[in-house]
Each structure stands twice: as structure tokens, then as C-alpha cells.
Design a protein around this ligand. Structure first.
Ligand SMILES: O=C(O)CCC(=O)C(=O)O
Ligand SMILES: [Fe+2]
Length: 760
């Protein structure tokens, strides 16, 4: 259906003028001189004493029926004074009126001259009203009526204007005495003044007139365009519903760029200008009729690439060479109801743009060039942005959002679930059905790239999906996600809380299979996360741990195969994301805890493995800290053998070190084994071993001093170093201290403290 975008654009191109049937607004009024025959000048805001005077010279306003003019206070109850009996002057008043007329012309989309001819002054009092009617065309060239309500206090008296099923209610009362309100409507609009509850409404009525000979403006009629747009959108929806293959030639959404420029602050359906407003009105009606979602958004096209230099060095100039990267996205969403949906940015594609190629033609934004640096050539970047109408068939919303990436689809899913919950969670609700469809789409469209999967877990997106499914009470869909994605590597420790909660809702056998699949699929790279998950799932002391055996075996298998060399012959070529993170005390704690619950003999095997791999699982950095955590976490009473054995090993380790003698050095000799045997280092070594010398001075070039400094640092020798900058070359001054003895003292204090915690 490649012709859809073109056909819709062709249809909308005929919509050139806003189809507004009324215009309204306020303006700062510069008080005119308003004189009424028999009363004199009228002060504004209108006071009730003057209103009474006006009434005394006014007549009951009649209304027109066919060719007749009737007075009937059941149809129209208000006082009127003809234009011939009043004068309204003042230089600023003419300006005020002219600017009001200009605003109305803009809203109606009328080019050329429009005149406002004063027709009547109306005085409404409490109980006044005017039933629905159409104004008769009182003079040639008249096409609309302008109502100006002058400053004064009143309540009620709203003006209702109707046109073909649309209706507005305009309250033209202003609290601010320096402001006046106006409204204009085409002569064939039905309108009505609602009853006044209190006060007086002083109103000027003008005829809006086109000068002789000029064509009469008419309310544009886009019925044909609207009908055609509705047909196109409906056919689109049917085509999408019918097509199995979503990658087929049917676009998932349409993006129709607007004409005027809008900042994010200006963007909104009710602030669109000129033809944009007209098009939006037609599309809104068509989208409603064809059951499409419609939004306003900002469309950005970012392009970058290499540039060609066309200038010389003192007058550099560039031209775009080739676009190598481009990124098209929709953002800053606005809904027709005025709300701003919290959707992230949604990518869009060439086949979704109406008319096709619209962005290429309009791409007149200035590129920014960067000159060549080092071995990189000159490059350019440019950003083009415009407002656009964006629509898609409602039945296809899930597909559109899911294709837009997790940052768009997950907040939307969350919002659907929230709305469903707010509606009292009816089980058979369309909101729930839609949320489930969307969740299923999201789960099949989950990122496949390693980096994106990791990011999804870290950013809590996996959790968001699982939690939405939990709230929807849809563990089955969650299970499908886990089997297809989590078990295939879209997994991280941040997912565990939600995964454990989700597994708890499933029948045990199914939960056991899923857990085993997650662990088998991930323990190679993320054993600590898998151990933590296994520990969470097996935590219930009342539960039967037997079902988790397969998962436990998978974890054990992954841990005990880790000594194998990596598949790639050269470790530099292993993708860092494929590498296993170095072990942590927590890995040991969770592994032993979980395995011991499931089968103590499995925990024994894990411990044997840890103890046999002292390079990976060092006593001081991994096993002892793990023992301390386990000791703190387990209550008194019989302990699983593996944990008991670990605690014992840790104790033995501490006891052995505590038994070592701990005395300050008896003389000035210090450990003197160095990693280098150059002549400087030999001298240094002799100095260290000497029981008599406390200071050694090395006057030597910087390179030599640096070398000795580095050797001292690496051997952790008991020396304070300083540089004496007197004379050249400088002198490195090495002074013996008791640092290693002090380290052992601190170690002893810590050993004793930890031994206390581990108990006897
Ligand atoms: O007072 C108004 O707002 C409208 C009056 C009106 O409809 C009329 O005079 O025909
Ligand atoms: Fe009227």
C-alpha cells in the first residue's frame, strides 16, 4: 500500500484554509468615547445607574422571522439602540477594532479587506436572553457578525455558537476592566445568548463586510476531503489487520509534516496556525471516524557525514560530501485532548512519511561543519525539526509502540495497566486486553543485541515488563517472555526480584523448568546473579526445594567448568561482555546457601571447588568475607556441612596467622628481597639488610631515582622516600620505617576481631 501516504497527502493538500466557524479573543481596550442620543457619554466599566438610563431610551429588540421582524420576549428579551442614535469615537478605538478584525481574518483564513460596520448596541439585564437563531444579512457583502462585549459586571449571558454538530460556549465577560472580549461567527451559524443571571451586559454588534465586488468569504467546506481521508484511513486499518507479515508494504504509522514552525512550548492542537489548523481538524475528524490514534509531535531528522572542503586555509568553506548516518524520531507528543502523553521518542521511516520524501524536500537547515583533525576528515552535522501529525490505526497501536523500542512501549504499557487498575480491574476489559497484546508484542520485539539486553536489565526495563504482567495477572505471558528472552541471555541481577515474584505465581513444575532454563542460559556469564535468584526462589523454609534441583545442578555445572580455558585462543579477542565477572563473596554466600537448601551434597561440591581454586577464590578477599556473612546470617543450631566447613577453614586460616610471632624489628635490618638486581638496587638491598644504617641517599639522574622509587613501591619496602632538591642531580633520600610491622599489627587486630565474630 505504498500509495497510501501519497493519496492522503494529495487529499490534505486541498485543505488550505482553517475551517473555523468562529473566532474569539480578548484585547486591551483603550476606552472609547461612547455617546448615546438622549443619555450622553457612557462611562466604562458600565455602572447600573447608566444602564438604567440606557434602557429608558432603548427599545425592546425585535428578531427576524422570514421577512418579518417581530418583538417577542419569549424569543428575545434584551434592549437595543440603533447605530444611528450613537457615536463611538476615539483614535485608539479605531485601532483596537482594526486589530480585532485582523485577528478574525487570520482565524478564518481570509485574505483581503474586511470592514466592521456598527449595527447596534445591546443592553442585557437580569433575565435577558436570545434563543437560537441565524442573523439575517443586513447589508450587501455581510458574511459574519462581530460581537464586542464592553467592560461591565454581569453573570451568565454566554454566547453559544453552533455549526454542523460542533458547538462552542463563549463567556465574553472579563473581570479585568481594561479588557474587552470579542467573538465573530459566520452568518449562517446558529447562535444563542444564554440568560443573564445578574448585572448588565453592554454589547456592540458589528456586521463584518467584504467591500463591493470582492468574493464573499465562505466557511470552507472540507466534507469531501474528510470523507476521502476517512476512507483512506479505514482501508489502511483493514489492510493492516489482514496482513500477517508486518514488514509488508503497509506502513505502521503515518507522519504528515505541518507547514508552520512551532517550538515545543507552542505545540498543541489548539494553537496550530492557518492551514495546519484546517488540516488538523480534517484529520482529527477522519481519524475519529476511522478509529485511528492521532497525535501531534515534533519530527527530528538528524544527519551527519563527511564534508568536502571547498575553501583554502585562510577562508575555509565546506560542502556536504555524503550523509553516512541519519536518525529520524518523533517526540514531544500532544494528544488532541490537550494532554501530553509521556511517550519517549519513536523512530519513523521513509515509507511512513506523507507525502513521500517530504523531509528531503524541506531539508533546508544549515549544516554545521567541523574541520578535519588528525587523520579524520572534515565532517558535518545537521538537525531538521518540524511539527507533524502522526497517526496509526488503533487496532495496530501495540505493533507501532512495540516497534518504537522499550523507552516508548513500556511507559505506555504501564499507563494502560494504571488506567485498567484505576477502572477497578474488570477482568474482561478492553484496556486489559490491549495491555496484554502490547506486552506480548514487547516481549517478542525484545532487543537481541547483547549491549541492549544488558541495558534493558540495568535500566529496570525487564522489571517494568514483568511487573506490568504481574499487575495484569498474566503469569503465562511473563513465562513466555522468560523462556524466550531471559533464558536466552536477556537477564541481569536487577531482574531477580521480579523474576522470583513471577515464578512464585506459576505452578511449581513450570516455575522449576523456567528457573533451570534461566540458570542454564546465564550462569556461565553471571553466576552470582543466578545464585542470588536460586537463593530467593528456595528461600521459603516451608517449601519443597526438590523442584529447584535442575537449576542447582546447572549453577554447579557452570561454576565447576570455569577453570576451562576460554574458547577463543587469544583472550584479547573475547568480547568483554562474554567474560565472566570476577567472583565476589556474595557469589559464594548465595551459592552455598541455595545449594545447601536444595541438596547439601551439592553445596559440598561447590565448596570443594572454591577451596581448590585459591587463585580465583582467595581466602582473604573471597572466602573469609563470605564466611563472615554466612556466620552473621545463619542462626545457631546445626549448619549445612558446606557452610560449617567454610567457617572452619576460615577459622583455621585466622588461627594460623594469629599464631605467628608479632614483634617490632629488633634492629634496623629490613626485608631486602627486591625484584631488580641492577647496581642501584643491589646497593638498596644491602642498605635494607644492614642492621646499622637508617638513611640512604642516592644522588642520581631522574630516571635512576624513578627506577628505585618504583622498585621500593613494588616490593612494599619499609622506607619513607623524599627528594632533596639541593644541588644537581637531586638526591633521593630513603629513610627506614616500621611499616610492615605496623601492617602486621593492624592485620592481627583485624584477625582477632574476625575470629571473635566467627566464634570458637
Ligand atoms: O449579544 C450577543 O452575544 C449576540 C447577539 C445576537 O445574536 C444578535 O444581536 O443577533
Ligand atoms: Fe444574532
Amino acid at each position: 500500500m505504498p500509495e497510501l501516504a501519497a493519496a492522503l497527502a494529495k487529499c490534505l493538500a486541498r485543505v488550505q484554509r482553517p475551517g473555523a466557524f468562529y473566532a474569539t479573543g480578548t484585547f486591551d481596550i483603550h476606552p472609547p468615547r461612547l455617546e448615546i442620543e438622549g443619555v450622553g457619554p457612557i462611562a466604562l466599566p458600565l455602572q447600573s445607574a447608566q444602564a438604567e438610563q440606557l434602557k429608558s431610551v432603548a427599545e425592546q429588540a425585535p428578531y427576524g422571522r422570514g421577512t418579518e421582524t417581530l418583538v417577542d420576549t419569549q424569543v428575545r428579551r434584551t434592549w437595543q439602540i440603533d447605530a444611528e442614535r450613537m457615536r463611538i469615537t476615539g483614535r485608539r478605538w479605531a485601532e483596537d477594532l482594526a486589530s480585532v478584525v485582523a485577528r478574525i481574518s487570520a482565524t478564518f483564513g481570509i485574505a483581503g479587506r474586511v470592514e466592521a460596520e456598527l449595527y447596534k448596541l445591546l443592553v442585557y439585564e437580569q433575565g435577558s436572553f436570545f434563543l437560537a437563531h441565524r442573523d439575517t444579512e443586513k447589508s450587501p457583502g455581510m458574511f459574519a457578525t462581530l460581537v464586542v462585549v464592553l467592560p461591565g459586571d454581569f453573570e451568565g449571558g454566554e454566547l453559544m455558537v453552533r455549526h454542523r454538530g460542533q458547538e462552542v460556549r463563549l463567556d465574553l465577560h472579563r473581570d479585568e476592566p481594561s479588557e474587552a472580549a470579542f467573538a465573530a461567527f459566520y452568518a449562517d451559524c446558529l447562535h444563542e445568548v444564554l440568560p443573564i443571571h445578574s448585572g448588565h451586559r453592554l454589547t456592540l454588534i458589528y456586521n463584518l463586510i467584504r467591500p463591493q465586488g470582492e468574493p464573499l468569504p465562505q466557511l470552507p467546506d472540507y466534507d469531501a476531503e474528510q470523507a476521502q481521508a476517512t476512507d483512506l484511513l479505514s482501508a489502511w486499518g483493514r489492510a493492516l489487520d489482514a496482513s500477517q507479515d508486518l514488514a509488508a508494504a503497509v506502513p505502521l504509522k503515518l507522519v504528515y509534516p505541518l507547514e508552520h514552525a512551532y517550538t515545543p512550548a507552542e505545540l498543541g492542537f489548539d494553537t496550530l496556525k492557518g492551514a495546519d489548523a484546517a488540516v488538523a481538524a480534517v484529520v482529527s475528524a477522519a481519524a475519529r471516524a476511522a478509529d485511528c490514534d492521532l497525535f501531534l509531535a515534533l519530527a527530528s531528522v538528524e544527519e551527519s557525514g563527511w564534508a568536502e572542503s571547498t575553501g583554502d586555509w585562510h577562508d575555509p568553506d565546506y560542502e556536504i560530501g555524503e550523509v553516512t548516518d541519519s536518525n529520524e524520531s518523533l517526540h514531544d507528543w500532544r494528544h488532541p485532548d490537550g494532554s501530553r502523553p509521556a511517550m519517549g521518542s519513536l523512530p519513523f521511516f521513509g515509507d511512513e512519511v506523507a507525502p513521500p520524501g517530504a523531509f528531503e524536500v524541506r531539508d533546508d537547515s544549515e549544516p554545521e561543519f567541523s574541520e578535519a583533525t588528525g587523520n579524520a576528515g572534515a565532517s558535518f552535522e545537521r538537525l531538521y525539526q518540524c511539527a507533524a501529525l502522526v497517526l496509526w490505526p488503533r487496532t495496530n497501536r501495540a505493533a507501532v509502540l512495540a516497534a518504537g523500542g522499550l523507552a516508548v512501549s513500556l511507559p505506555f504499557l504501564d499507563e494502560l495497566v494504571r488506567q485498567w487498575q484505576a477502572a477497578g480491574q474488570p477482568p474482561e476489559d478492553p484496556l486489559r486486553a490491549e495491555a496484554r497484546t502490547l506486552a506480548a508484542r514487547i516481549s517478542t520485539a525484545w532487543p537481541t543485541d547483547d549491549w541492549a539486553r544488558k541495558h534493558a536489565s540495568e535500566a529496570g526495563q525487564t522489571r517494568m515488563l514483568l511487573d506490568a504482567l504481574a499487575r495484569l495477572d498474566d503469569p503465562e505471558c511473563a513465562a513466555v517472555f522468560v523462556a524466550g528472552q531471559s533464558a536466552a541471555g536477556a537477564y541481569g541481577p536487577q531482574d531477580n526480584e521480579s523474576l522470583a515474584a513471577m515464578l512464585a505465581r506459576l505452578p511449581t513444575a513450570r516455575a522449576a523448568d523456567l528457573l533451570a532454563a534461566i540458570v542454564a542460559g546465564n550462569a556461565g556469564r553471571q553466576p552470582a546473579a543466578c545464585a542470588d535468584l536460586l537463593a530467593r526462589v528456595s528461600a521459603d523454609p516451608a517449601g519443597d526445594p526438590e523442584p529447584w534441583r535442575a537449576a542447582a545442578l546447572a549453577l554447579l555445572a557452570a561454576l565447576t567448568t570455569e577453570a576451562q580455558p576460554p574458547a577463543s585462543p587469544d583472550p584479547r579477542f573475547i568480547d568483554p561482555r562474554q567474560r565472566r565477572a570476577p567472583p565476589t563473596p556474595d557469589l559464594v554466600v548465595q551459592t552455598l546457601t541455595a545449594l545447601a537448601r536444595i541438596d547439601p551434597s551439592l553445596a559440598d561440591r561447590a565448596l570443594d571447588h572454591f577451596m581448590a581454586n585459591s587463585v580465583r577464590y582467595g581466602m582473604d578477599n573471597i572466602l573469609l568475607p563470605a564466611a563472615l556473612i554466612l556466620k552473621g546470617a545463619t542462626a545457631a543450631g546445626p549448619r549445612p556441612t558446606a557452610i560449617d566447613a567454610l567457617l572452619k577453614a576460615a577459622l583455621t586460616h585466622l588461627d594460623q596467622r594469629i599464631a605467628e610471632p608479632l614483634e617490632p624489628p629488633a634492629d634496623l635490618s629490613r626485608p631486602a628481597k627486591l625484584s631488580c638486581s641492577c647496581s642501584y638496587c643491589q646497593r638498596l638491598s644491602r642498605f635494607l639488610a644492614s642492621p646499622m644504617e637508617s638513611v640512604w641517599k642516592l644522588k642520581a639522574a631522574e630516571a635512576e631515582r624513578n627506577h628505585v622509587t618504583e622498585v621500593v613501591r613494588r616490593s612494599n619496602s619499609d622506607l619513607d622516600l623524599a627528594t632533596d632538591k639541593k644541588g644537581r642531580p637531586y638526591t633521593l633520600v630513603c629513610t627506614k620505617n616500621q611499616a610492615s610491622y605496623e601492617r602486621r599489627v593492624r592485620q592481627r587486630a583485624q584477625d582477632l576481631e574476625q575470629r571473635g565474630r566467627l566464634g570458637g
